[in-house]
Design a binder for this molecule. Structure first.
Ligand code: GTP
Ligand code: MG
Length: 332
């Protein structure tokens, strides 16, 4: 893509290009995603120079229609929203909750207690995004940032089989990045641009977004710095989703311990990690064998609850189990 080449910007020659490349910035989108403060820091450039570069990057992307202008009419926002792709969850229940599926240009935050199905949901969406558009997918690949070592290729194989997709191909289109600590997690996100473009990524999964930060910053005294760094990460994720028109899922655990006397025991650990208009928050809760999903925070979805279950096919409608039982019985 020539139009996103760094040297297509006015005044950017081989020297600046190399300096930026060395710092992990490979195209105009990267400039915008990182922002002037970061760019100055990693390249050693003056802040003013970095800021000018970012402005040029923004102008260039606005001109080519890849980015929204600062001041826009509601009609234009409406039009840009038409570019938003949706990945179906392949269940009636969750598609109803998400109004058709999870959106590109946005981060969908899923929080819930252990075993509530967050990781299973992520795995299911890794397969669903690969389906053709007619079947609710975006014919895209996945970047899976695994911070808890819970990515399981076997699950992808079984979900793909259950949905009639070639398991080998399904695995091929998922790029897994293991993050070892929170700085590494940040770094992976910063360098995601090239991976996204080269692999036609349409979904970024961060499972979990919060875990490493939580483990590294223990105790009340470190809470504010943890929040700052987490905020920075989530903003980076949001900017990436918006700039590259991809969907992002970030998971977050909640404490549901009985010793929580104060406040809501089901609050996400990271707190309100992002307050951004393009972010949806969904709460998963266990209810025996069933799972409840609730839309908590969305600019345009009604607040409602639906019931789903976890099967070998990933997240499924509760009816699926009844159907399967009947089928098994008739086969006996
Ligand atoms: P934490 O990461 O610990 O916070 O939990 P989580 O919300 O990510 O939970 P996860 O998605 O790992 O859900 C685990 C649950 O999924 C298990 O308790 C099982 O009930 C269910 N599960 C996982 N794999 C299968 C499967 O192959 N078949 C069926 N039927 N259920 C499965
Ligand atoms: Mg998990």
């Amino acid at each position: 893509m020539d139009e996103v080449r760094l040297d297509s910007l006015d005044g950017v020659g081989p020297v600046t290009t190399k300096k930026l490349n060395d710092a992990g910035i490979h195209n105009i989108m990267d400039l915008l995603v990182r922002g002037p403060v970061d760019i100055a820091e990693i390249t050693g450039m003056e802040f003013d120079t970095a800021a000018k570069l970012v402005t040029k990057a923004r102008e260039s992307l606005t001109e080519s229609g890849q980015l929204q202008k600062e001041f826009v009419s509601a009609t234009e926002i409406y039009k840009r929203r038409q570019d938003i792709g949706k990945i179906s969850t392949n269940t009636n229940a969750l598609d109803m909750l998400f109004d058709g599926g999870i959106e590109t240009q946005a981060v969908t935050e899923v929080y819930g207690e252990f075993g509530s199905g967050k990781t299973q949901f992520c795995h299911t969406m890794c397969v669903n995004v690969q389906k053709p558009k007619e079947e609710g997918g975006l014919d895209g690949g996945v970047l899976y940032i695994d911070t808890e070592n819970t990515f399981r290729p076997e699950r992808i194989v079984s979900i793909a089989k259950a949905k009639g997709l070639d398991p080998a191909k399904a695995l091929d289109r998922i790029i897994v990045a293991k993050a070892y600590n929170s700085s590494h997690q940040e770094l992976i996100m910063q360098e995601a641009g090239t991976v996204i473009e080269e692999n036609k990524i349409k979904l970024i999964v961060v499972d979990s977004a919060v875990g490493l930060f939580r483990a590294e910053y223990l105790g009340r005294g470190t809470l504010s710095i943890r929040q700052q760094r987490l905020n920075k990460f989530m903003h980076l994720l949001t900017r990436t989703a918006e700039t590259y028109n991809v969907a992002a899922i970030a998971t977050n655990q909640v404490m549901s311990s009985p010793d929580t006397f104060f406040g809501d025991p089901t609050r996400p650990i990271g707190g309100n990690v992002v307050a951004h208009s393009s972010t949806y928050r969904v709460y998963f809760k266990k209810s025996g064998k069933k799972r409840i999903a609730r839309m908590v925070d969305s600019p345009h979805h009604p607040e409602q609850e639906v019931i789903f279950i976890l099967t070998e096919a990933g997240v499924s409608d509760p009816e699926e189990e009844t159907k399967k039982k009947k089928k098994d019985e008739s086969e006996e």
